[in-house]
Ligand binder design. Sequence first.
Ligand code: OFO
Length: 174
Amino acid sequence: MLSEKMNDALNVQANRELYSSYLYLSMSYHFESVNMKGFAHWMRLQAGEELVHTMKMLDYVAGKGGKARMLAVEAPRFTWDSPLQAFQHVWDHERVVTGLIKTLVKVAEEELDEETTEFLQWYIKEQVEEEESSDSVLSKVKAAGNDKGALEAADRLLGQRSFRFPRGFEIFPK
Ligand code: OFO
């Protein structure tokens, strides 16, 4: 059984994961609107991945007999001045999320909740991957600079991203 404090903290983090999904979906539609289809595709898959993070956390809460509550989701911004600004935003955002997950692990430890501490290790590992992936895309966009051809090449490259949704979490990208 989850303590009330742990239940609340997991619900808040699930909300931040859903916000991440909303943010990346916003970036996806922004890139669609400026005809950068590859960047839009990358963000759309990223939004799907964040939705998996959300549901995995809420499934855990519900599976432990806790209460999965849907909290209000903050509205993300909907426009960025350049691909570099958007991908820098992704990079910054993922570092914030890593900090939130680490704080959540501390709550689980303080609550002497070993099962939740163990469960959260998946998110700790996931954040290592999320940081690496945001590093990698940011460096590609930075390398392209303001060169239109290089940005188009980066757009094509990111458009090749694939992501297999785990069983039970399938959603259908375009
Ligand atoms: Fe859920 O990893 Fe990004 O935010």
